[in-house]
Design a protein around this ligand. Sequence first.
Ligand SMILES: *[C@@H]1O[C@H](CO)[C@@H](O)[C@H](O)[C@H]1NC(C)=O
Ligand SMILES: *[C@@H]1O[C@H](CO)[C@@H](O)[C@H](O)[C@H]1NC(C)=O
Ligand SMILES: *[C@@H]1O[C@H](CO)[C@@H](O)[C@H](O)[C@H]1NC(C)=O
Ligand SMILES: *[C@@H]1O[C@H](CO)[C@@H](O)[C@H](O)[C@H]1NC(C)=O
Ligand SMILES: *[C@@H]1O[C@H](CO)[C@@H](O)[C@H](O)[C@H]1NC(C)=O
Ligand SMILES: *[C@@H]1O[C@H](CO)[C@@H](O)[C@H](O)[C@H]1NC(C)=O
Ligand SMILES: *[C@@H]1O[C@H](CO)[C@@H](O)[C@H](O)[C@H]1NC(C)=O
Ligand SMILES: *[C@@H]1O[C@H](CO)[C@@H](O)[C@H](O)[C@H]1NC(C)=O
Ligand SMILES: *[C@@H]1O[C@H](CO)[C@@H](O)[C@H](O)[C@H]1NC(C)=O
Length: 898
Amino acid sequence: MAPPRRSPNPNPLLPAIAVVLLLFPATAAASPYSDHCHGLPSAPDLADGGGGGEGTDFRSLQLHTGYFTGGGERLFGPDPSHPPRSFAFLPSSVVRTTDASLLHVSATLTVSGGWRRPTVGGRHRLFEYDAQHARHQFRPRLPRVIGRRGSVTFGLEGYYSSASGELCMVGNGSGRTADGTEVNLISAVLRVRYPGRANLTSPFVTGSLESTDSPGLFDPVSLVAYAEEGYAYAESASCPPPPAGRLDALQVFEGRKFSCGKLSSMFKEPFRLEYSNGSDLTASSLGLHQRFMFFNRMRCADDGAVRAYVVFSNQTDAPKYYFTLGEKAMVVEGFWDDKRNRLCLKGCHVVNSAQSRADLSVGECGIGMSFWFPAVWTLQERSFSAGLIWNASLTSGEGIAASSSTIPPYIRGSISGLKYNYTKVDEARKYYEKYGLNKKRKGKFPDSNSYRDLTFRFFLQKGGGSGYASPVTIGSMLYDGNSLVALDLFSHVTAENQRLLNVSYDFQYVGNWSLETFRRQHISAEGVYDAKTGSLCMIACRVVNISSDCEILVTAQFASLDTKAAQHVKGTIRSLRKKTDPLFFEPLDIASYGLYIDQVDESIWRMDLESTMALISMTLSCLFIAVQLFHVKKVPEALPAMSITMLVVLSLGYMIPLVLNFEALFKNSNKQTVPLSGGGWLEVNEVIVRVITMVTFLMQLRLLQLAWSARSVDVSKDQSWAAEKKVLWICLPLYIIGAVVTWVVHMRFNNNRRMLRKVARFPRVINRHSFWEDLVSYGGLILDGFLLPQIVLNAFSGSKVKALSPGFYIGSTMIRALPHVYDLFRAKHFVPSLRPFYRYANPRDDLFSLAWDIAIPCGAILLSLLLFFQQRLGGSFFLCLKNNSKSSEYEMVSTVSS
Ligand SMILES: *[C@@H]1O[C@H](CO)[C@@H](O)[C@H](O)[C@H]1NC(C)=O
Ligand SMILES: *[C@@H]1O[C@H](CO)[C@@H](O)[C@H](O)[C@H]1NC(C)=O
Ligand SMILES: *[C@@H]1O[C@H](CO)[C@@H](O)[C@H](O)[C@H]1NC(C)=O
Ligand SMILES: *[C@@H]1O[C@H](CO)[C@@H](O)[C@H](O)[C@H]1NC(C)=O
Ligand SMILES: *[C@@H]1O[C@H](CO)[C@@H](O)[C@H](O)[C@H]1NC(C)=O
Ligand SMILES: *[C@@H]1O[C@H](CO)[C@@H](O)[C@H](O)[C@H]1NC(C)=O
Ligand SMILES: *[C@@H]1O[C@H](CO)[C@@H](O)[C@H](O)[C@H]1NC(C)=O
Ligand SMILES: *[C@@H]1O[C@H](CO)[C@@H](O)[C@H](O)[C@H]1NC(C)=O
Ligand SMILES: *[C@@H]1O[C@H](CO)[C@@H](O)[C@H](O)[C@H]1NC(C)=O
């Protein structure tokens, strides 16, 4: 077999095809070919075998994507499927034969349907992505091709007659059925009819694939594709006169050469069709009622000739990379009018003789289409591309308007010349002066250079719902998404540092979560932004029943850049109409709780600080226990004098976080990581902290074990166990009362939260705590008072033994108190986040609030002072009478836990 000669436009899939051919050695078995391709004789290859076919032969035969029907559900799954059914036919060698009109062709045919058990969305997208990039992929991904479910790849060999446009090939294929079973050696015959030179009325390549096994392994398949090469454009593509009043089109090529690639990338986004009152006639005569239109296939020639296969659908997510039938389709051809900067097309209906069968033909012609890119955006007209569809034989009635507001990602940043015409700024300015919005506000606010700070998500405060607001223009700059589209749009250069900036905005929101009203609302606004006070005042338009209502005022205030408030933007969308007007609506209050970019940096800094503090604090805890271990070695009588209750409480304090983290590790491996920075340091730090916690826990256990065994052999063990029992009698009820209080508080708060949720101002923000989480926080309080059992024990035993080393109890007290001091600092210096992410002083570990932050450190210091004096003056120094001990303990505890 002659190696394929590289055509001028080498197909990047060739390596893949070569491998496929190695797997399916096409041993030109003459018999199966002549058995199945009666109509098309075979002929020996030309003697100088190396003289492969011309590049044009290659390209005119290849079909990158087409649609098929039939084949059976077992092999290709149900139709429609996801991803959509498609086939690709790619010749690998084309060799001339002794018969001048016959070409000897080897090729691969991949026929792909859907899966029987659709997997999660991600994988679908993966494959769609693959299809999109298949052409740019050089490395053969053969296992993927063969391994894909519901897909069979054939290695085929046969002949193509350039006289009749017929192709007949036989070969074997293998692949996997829709449910994943491997299938091999499916022999088949492929017949394809090329339309010779394709043209507007015969632009489709059709074919069939049939099993040649005696009980057919699959049902006959019929194939259809939009011809790729060798298209004959009509000589005189005449464009009807442009629709009135819609000129001002962007100069797409700006005097440079026409680029087919650029033009087709500008048509990648779906068009929304607008059926206005006047276009009813056109719509019904063309039989159009779909909401969207796509350029499914678009091809052009270097001289500006353009042809396309256009699909109409009610779904926006119609496949872009596959040939698709849609709900309705048209074929069009025409040219790019460089003078008027518009695409001028005429076309015909595509007739699908039987719904959802691959049997397409071209029906009635006489459809006109015209597309352009508006060069001036205004408050009401902000389409990136616009178009008109009409029935050329109708003399009355308007065309159907089509528009697309999305700038295709491929060409962002490469459009220039777009202008914005501010028309309502003066009106907005009047309202701004009239209301004198917060003229007195002081501080620094986002300026004209902070597009990202001026973009915000918001919640609707009444009725629920949320949305997104983003500037379209700020002063003389125009934005799309996060990218700056064009700079310095206007001839008159404006001073950027002036106070009132012209701005325009896009608001999108979904109001009312109830299903009936679940619709994306769109408001376009235009007005002024006062960079000195952070106030926006804009006139806005919304579309109601095709016509637009521009009697809307949008006002908003940004928080100052150095604010510590969580609320970022506060605003209102209100109707300027009278209450009796049918278009009047109640004012919508909006609020945003985002962060400014600098605040985001700050909170990343805070998290780094916190993880370092967590690390230091845990290391110190470890150290202080070591100090105590040395202490008991030096002072053996300290061992039996330590409170077992205290040691158990401390051990639990280390164990519970370990267990909780351990559980979290397994519960969701996709653990919520740092939302802002994926800094590796934080992850490493977390692991180190956990390891140190483990070590600390083990040392704490060792201390407990030493104390326990020392007490068991102690001479006065009965006495000391009795004292420990009394400690339990005092401490356990206290702990339990605290837990009950926690439960009561939890129930009350959760009821409140539920009510808040009904109001649904920030549906996802209010996170519910389970009772267990609250209990763990309460456990933090018990830990804060870890000295309590020791003090009670000392009081009962009245001993003067230095049971705890000062390093241990003072150090541990400091470690418990410090997070509260830090929390006070944090509240003052950082913007509180609505979904807080704390590494240190985490409210999940302890109780934090202004009151607790003062009470807990004071209580902890008081306890360690008491202990200090007990170890100096004797356990019951502060009691004149032992009997009074209980009540005074209660008093002391209530100062700590209230
Ligand atoms: C397909 O496979 C069958 C069975 O192995 C074999 O007899 C036949 O020759 C093959 N056909 C082609 C075209 O390679
Ligand atoms: C398209 O080609 C077919 C045959 O290939 C021919 O019959 C038909 O007239 C052509 N149509 C146009 C519009 O040129
Ligand atoms: C729609 O068209 C009809 C007749 O052409 C006219 O009477 C009616 O006012 C129009 N409606 C709107 C909303 O333009
Ligand atoms: C144009 O409108 C006429 C009159 O309604 C109709 O007969 C014809 O089919 C329409 N043309 C197309 C291409 O649909
Ligand atoms: C598409 O939507 C329009 C209006 O939204 C409706 O009239 C039409 O029936 C829909 N078409 C299909 C095929 O669902
Ligand atoms: C801007 O809009 C106004 C009012 O619609 C119009 O008079 C003016 O010509 C427009 N300017 C440009 C540059 O299109
Ligand atoms: C804002 O737009 C108005 C047009 O309505 C224009 O007169 C004014 O100069 C613009 N101001 C700036 C700062 O661009
Ligand atoms: C939400 O729906 C209620 C009635 O269902 C309506 O009164 C209210 O205006 C709606 N709110 C918004 C923001 O659409
Ligand atoms: C929109 O039109 C429908 C029917 O024509 C009407 O019932 C409805 O009230 C209109 N909505 C508004 C907001 O005017």
